[in-house]
Design a protein around this ligand. Sequence first.
Ligand SMILES: [Cu+2]
Length: 448
Amino acid sequence: MSSRRTFLQAAVTAVAGLGGASRVLGINSPPVGTHSAPANPSDRLQGRAPVPVITPGVKDLTCTIDNGTKVFHLIAEPVKQKIAPWKTIDCWGFNGSCPGPTIQANQGDRVRILVENRLPESLAIHWHGLEIPYAMDGMPYLSQKPIAPGSRLAYEFTIHQNGTFFYHSHSPMQQMMGMVGMFILHPPQAHAPAVDHDFGIVLQEWAVLPNNTVPNTANMEWNWLTFNGACSPMTTPLIVRLGGRVRIRFINLGMDHHPIHLHGHTFVVTGTEGGRQPEALWGPANTVLVGVAQARDFEFVAKNPGEWMLHCHMPHHNMNAMSDLLGDRMMMTSDTEDARTLSQMQTLANQVGFEHVHHAPIAPDANKVPGFPQDAFMDMGMDEAVAKPENNGLPRNWSAMMMGMMTLLRVLPPDLYDLVMNDVQRGYIAPPPPVGGHSHGEHEGGPR
Ligand SMILES: [Cu+2]
């Protein structure tokens, strides 16, 4: 009880101090493992309808009904996708976004997906994992003629599966230009135990040379890695209520495999690209490898409050390329001099217009140590450049070491959950916590 009181006091202090809805999940968070009983438990009733899937940062594709058939209008087109505050790429996607909007339908639905091609070349769309008539499978020259630029094709089928699927162009270079989206098929009744929160994340990687905007689809090495079309810290956190049961679904349509790791919780893998897995296969884990062309669903009870990292654990997938700040020169490693590095980082900060909080301290004789620097100088806070309601209440400089395929699972006690979700609904962005206030985001001595 006392830890909970401390927790809420922090929230009240933050609200009082700022006159706004800033909440802090701070250093006085309750110890882990103390909240196995949810304050507002879900009913866990069998037979209830599944909750919709939220794809943070990506919209759903809406549909109309034509004589009982759900009709979706999917537009393949070039997209300008902002993947980091200082990087917007020219990729290809659907309906203005990359990855494309999430399609959600129910087992038993008849769906018609009208694909319109606004690309400069032909394409066909494949429904990955769906057991549908051959003519609908989207194989150019085999099951259909390619859809020419400026033309449309209607795919129509009845859905008899449920699980995590995807749609994508069946041409490899178009795939690497980003032409993929989630296709979620809900069962008639929620799987038991029913989840309170359900999220989807699309894994993609990109090779973009400095000062270029078009991904090099022939490259075999990647310098930008995204969750739902954004590099951390521009990703949108997953916000869940303490004690709730959570499902997170990942799909991968790239050139690399991604071991997805969750902090603070043990999960079970409940689904693959083939649908729901039998409970006998649900072994405990905290990391799941999401291979190319695979989907993985995992579930857990969010019993530990905190701002937990959810990320790919490939070390090079936890970085963002900052090579653009050096103009045409390639930056192979970061600088080893404090003053020069600070100057480079400040240059980028000025270009993007974000607050530059000084990096973590280095030893006075750091340059005498072989191998220095490694992660020194990589931390670069940009809280304000990536501000969004879902980030309200995070500690100051939270974004400094958030990079690449990474996001936060925010497990919030009911009061804070309601406050933040209210901000999300209103679109309210709270001001940052005060310097030197209730925060663990800055190193000793504060920002310079
Ligand atoms: Cu990865």
